[in-house]
Design a protein around this ligand. Structure first.
Ligand SMILES: Nc1nc2c(c(=O)[nH]1)N[C@H]1C(S)=C(S)[C@@H](COP(=O)(O)O)O[C@H]1N2
Ligand SMILES: [Mo]
Length: 362
């Protein structure tokens, strides 16, 4: 019975385990850090694996309609509902942003947890009760066969992200999921991360930088007003906390401190500055002291050319000397205030003191 149980379920189990592992990898901050540049590949595997699994399940269940089949158990309905929730919220994560994503994240995580619990109960209830003492059991041959199979599967698993990337490049070349630098227009060496589906498309002509909390500032400024301010060039090494780095990158932009001071920033009382991204999700914050020390740039040019869309066009923040996650892309809002502002990744475990070289959690 143990054997038939396994024989019936192994495809399901393998897929689910792959989805759960990649899902945890995407969800847990520490795992994201450890994954580093494998993160986009993990996302691809999880996304398309999840869609394939959802579709497969839908087809299989249509075949058995009305569901569950005669003699089927109620507990399967629960599993089916959980998988449906997972697929739906997954689609929400894929295409939504802002509030939709927040809700979808919650539903996705909760139904994943529910499914794990369901699986545990299911495995317990369906546990082999009559152990065949005389049956073949776990023979040495079976062990060898599984071992060999696992060894053969390793290279396939290892090349899976590459294969998916190849497929993705062909099928979704201009699509929003092209997070790899080769396909995204990002400069060589950069990994153009995004926490939403794809890269926001914000033309210079319609871009506005919203300003809050500054006495002498208008509600927002446009690209031409930014260009009219004193410009500076900074050469720096761009370093991501996950381990990759691009040396000697030139950024052109406006000095954040100068801009804030021009608009009447009172550093003594408004001790925190927050940044918002046009992707609707990503945020970051810095203290007045950090801004004095690191002199972030509000930049629109990289190595002499307009920022590529994947790298934050039309305008991004660049924080020399701090890890890349401080450099908010598609920057569209700045506010000052008395409350500490924690960034998207800081809420998820990265340090607020992002000085390059200080973080060893990877
Ligand atoms: N809006 C937004 N800004 C962002 C990110 C993001 O996902 N969304 N990722 C950050 C991280 S972790 C890094 S390392 C850099 C990557 O910059 P790049 O796209 O130029 O490689 O952008 C930072 N700014
Ligand atoms: Mo990063």
């Amino acid at each position: 019975m143990g054997r038939t149980f396994f024989a019936r379920h192994w495809r399901n189990a393998a897929l689910l385990i792959a989805l759960l592992l990649t899902g945890f990898g995407l969800f847990l901050p520490s795992a994201r850090v450890a994954l580093g540049s494998l993160l986009p590949a993990t996302q691809l595997v999880h996304t398309y694996g999840g869609i394939a699994y959802g579709l497969g399940l839908l087809v299989a269940s249509l075949r058995l309609f009305p569901w569950p089949p005669k003699g089927g158990e109620n507990q399967h309905r629960v599993a089916f509902a959980l998988v449906a929730l997972l697929v739906l919220s997954g689609l929400g994560l894929l295409v939504g942003n802002g509030a939709t994503r927040d809700v979808a994240t919650l539903v996705h995580a909760a139904s994943a947890a529910g499914l794990v619990a369901w699986l545990a109960v299911h495995l317990w209830r369906e546990r082999p009760r009559h152990v065949e003492v005389t049956g073949p059991g776990l023979t040495r041959r079976a062990v060898l066969r599984w071992g060999a199979g696992a060894l053969l599967a390793l290279p396939a698993l290892y090349s899976l992200p590459g294969v998916l990337r190849l497929l993705g490049g062909g099928v979704w070349r201009s699509g929003p999921k092209a997070v790899f630098s080769e396909a995204s227009g990002a400069l060589p060496g950069f990994v153009p991360y995004t926490v939403v589906s794809g890269f926001p498309d914000i033309p210079r002509a319609t871009w506005r930088l919203r300003l809050r909390g500054l006495d002498k500032a208008p509600a927002s400024i446009g690209f031409q007003e930014l260009l009219a301010m004193p410009q500076i060039l900074r050469k720096l090494d761009f370093t991501c906390v996950t381990g990759w780095s691009v040396a000697g990158v030139d950024f052109r932009g406006v000095d954040l401190l100068t801009l804030l001071q021009q608009y009447g920033w009172n550093e003594g009382t408004e001790r925190w500055v927050g940044f918002a991204s046009g992707d609707g999700v990503y945020t970051d914050g810095m203290s007045a002291a950090q801004i004095r020390q690191y002199r972030p740039l509000i930049a629109w040019e990289i190595d002499g050319q307009a920022l590529p869309r994947a790298q934050g066009a039309p305008v991004r923040l660049v924080v020399p000397g701090m890890y890349g996650y401080k450099s908010v892309k598609w920057l569209d809002g700045i506010w000052v205030g008395k409350e500490q502002v924690l960034g998207y990744w800081e809420v998820r475990g990265y340090p607020e003191d992002a000085r390059i070289g200080t973080y060893t959690g990877i």
